[in-house]
Design a protein. Sequence first.
Length: 533
Amino acid sequence: MSLAVATEVAVSPEASRRRTFAIISHPDAGKTTLTEKFLLYAGAVAEAGAVKARAGRRRATSDWMALEQERGVSITSTVLQFTYRDHVVNLLDTPGHRDFSEDTYRVLSAADAAIMVLDVAKGIEAQTLKLFEVCRTRSLPVLTFFNKYDRPGRDPLELLDEIEAQIGLRPTPVTWPVGIPGDFRGVIDRRDGSFIRYRRTAHGATTALEERMDAQRAAVEEGEAWRVAREATELLDEVGATLQLDSFLAGESSPLFVGSALTNFGVRHLLDAIVDLAPSARPRADDAGVLRPLDAPFSGFVFKIQANMDPAHRDHVAFVRVCSGRFVRGMTLVHGPSGRPFSTKYAASMFGSARDTIDVAYPGDAIGLVNASGLQIGDTLYEGEPVAYPPIATFAPELFASVRPRDTARHKQFHRGLAQLEREGVVQVLRDPDGDPTPVLAAVGAMQFEVFVHRLADEFGAEAELVPAPYKAARRTDRATSEHLRAVPGVRTLARADGTLLALFDSPYRLQRVEQDHPEWCLDPVLQGPESG
Ligand code: G4P
């Protein structure tokens, strides 16, 4: 057997062991706690102690890096890998809170599934909604977790309605709570009708005690709480809200689990669902829609670029999602857009501030290529038969600021920096093709502007002055529509370097009005991606 054949044999089984997903949630819904508990259940940490120094964590730029400092465990700033039931789970971090940015969206392009974590007292919140929209554009399968059931919250049936009404995703509860929020006894496993009683352990430090029993015993021991829960599940049976694998994989329905990350209730079910229900790494379509087999030679695409803000390590790390083949550190790949060879001598898995060299990776994994300043977001790297993956979808920015150099004598440095940071996707840069030459920066999170100003000064020696621009919403548009928009007050059309035209609106109401009055105009919230071309 030739070496090439041996490699082919090895890739598929490895890919099918991979589960690569991201958590989408609103700040404080419990993403960090759940992540920590996944590690506990996977045996990656022995004990999840009460999380200390919360105040400190709040100030940190990345949840996971701070969590790492607190907990002394290795948590990467971008991807966390652990094994569970002989599967390799890659949990991709979607930056939250303060560091919400376009990266948050891009990371989802590298995931094969998502877990939507909702606080049972709050339901769907703004940030979850935005992230869910990204999942929808990719038809990404979404598992839902109702978190914080250990404390008072809303009626779970009402929450199901809310999910369906607000985001059009059909929740199909796999487990259903027994006891009201705040008096949470356990769950009915709807797959066999049994009851799983949870018992908390001190501070949720060790895995929750679970006792499984049949319905008769549960009815005797749980009385009214059991009766109410059964009534609800009968209702769910009647309306057909039961697990459907096909529609889950198509991103239409969402298996739902109930629990409390803090007390570990329901964490095991969720982790089991990742292994049992979520898809493994599958062949990915190239920009012509052709699937590249998993066993084909290596290919992957850059989904995130992280430039270290620490002046001691001024480097660029390009995160690549492996799509096919086996990655072996040191292999020379082809950089798709330029056709040039690319050496992977410096490949790493990013573990917070420390880095581990990564030697081998398979479809589903994410690798960090260090000092990869020639790479841009969306670039394909491959070996053998050429392939190009479709561009990563970008979404309508919501924050705008015009920018100019503080010191006009440094305008050269300013423009060089602007061009570089634009290429890296730190911010979007918009220009008026036939008007005011002052560029307008656009972003989805304020931190993108902070990073931009910092890096422009630090790396290019150009202090920039940012003035908030009076726009509140943007949509991708086309030439014909932009001609019409000229006549609409409070609207301006600008262009990105890649030619995408963006219509900026001075208020969300103006946008709403224009959309209502002219449904035939091109106003798309997805700026670029496989669907919108
Ligand atoms: P995030 O990463 O999504 O922002 O959320 P994180 O895990 O940091 O959780 C936010 C807060 O919610 C934390 O409280 C955390 O302990 C709490 N929490 C997470 N899961 C549960 C749960 O299942 N039940 C309950 N009751 N609480 C949960 P905190 O920051 O320590 O304090 P505070 O915000 O309560 O003051």
